[in-house]
Design a binder for this molecule. Sequence first.
Ligand code: NAD
Ligand code: DAU
Length: 340
Amino acid sequence: MAKFLITGGAGFIGSNYLNIMVNKYPKDDFVCLDSLTYAGNFLNLEKIKNNSNFKFIKGNICNKKLVFELFKKEKFDYVINFAAETHVDRSIVNPTIFIKTNVLGTQVLLEASRKYRIKRFHQISTDEVYGDLPLNRKDLLFLEDTPLKASSPYSASKASADLLVLAYHRTYNLDVSISRCSNNYGPYQFPEKLIPLMIKRALNNEKLPIYGNGENVRDWLYVEDHCEAIDLIVRHAKSGSIYNIGGTKEINNLEIVKKILNLLNKDDSLIEFVNDRLGHDLRYAMDATKIQKELNWSIKNDLSLGLKKTINWYLNNQEWLKKVESKEYLNWLKTHYKNN
Ligand code: NAD
Ligand code: DAU
């Protein structure tokens, strides 16, 4: 029996993780701490909200007083830090909140973990900390010891958090692990990110804005496969270890958007090329051999299965799509895509 603090558990990946693990481990207790930003939604936790081994606390990871009181009261064994500002485009418009939550917020959690002597601090990181790879060198992949070379304010904040986690391990001997994952997709993903945004717009017969020429490559992973990998790492990996997760399907943005249109029986003429993202990373590609070999992880959902499941979920949950549309989000769409 163990007690878990799950920060950012009302967001996309955190809620998928909780929806699986709260039922899979009925003897463990899960406390979700989430400040419910525009990207977090309590609706995502509807299915588990009444489980006796689940509790939700609304609060900010940057609030030291609240975080320390929570650690003192709950006596956590494990902390998994999903909480973050996550949208690269927003980090280009306003980097400050990314530094606050992703760097300073992580440091507050690390301090509390050190003081209250938890068993393991796990940081959810990203492939973006490695920067990007050229389009014409398919032989090059990110490895766990690839130097950090972040491009955007978002990825720089995530790389900074990784360094802090490793510093707490080295300096204070805090038990830590880090997972760096490629692009996730699946249920409950907020519709500012490529796949749900394109599904939503296609369903409404709106134009689908593709940045630049659509040749940028991402390495897509179905969210439940990511959650299983996190569970393996948290429970079985050595302290201080880093694992890449991904390496399943490299595909460029134009191709994936065409696949979505095809599955929805919509015409490619909805596609519209728009101004490129500043500093747009060209290609991400993970070598996930380490987690496959050491922890026996493998994917269960390839892109064609995962994309079908995802599209079905959005088709069956159009009410969810409407409910998560806050005024703030609608303003973001209006200003960010003003010419489309
Ligand atoms: P998301 O934006 O959907 O959810 C983030 C959650 O964190 C939200 O519920 C939000 O309310 C909460 N949050 C934000 N600031 C907070 C704060 N200061 N205090 C408490 N809660 C706060 O993000 P996601 O896509 O689920 O990503 C989760 C984690 O996984 C992030 O750390 C992200 O960097 C990482 N990651 C995401 C992907 C991806 O493709 N989505 C890939 C690799 C890594
Ligand atoms: O690689 C992991 C990362 O994946 C995570 O760390 C981030 O939190 C997550 O947001 C995601 O970052 P990306 O920038 O890759 O994801 P996004 O969905 O924003 O964009 C995917 C690709 O699609 C990227 O090349 C930009 C492009 N794009 C995106 C949007 C929103 C478009 O062409 N048009 C769009 O409207």
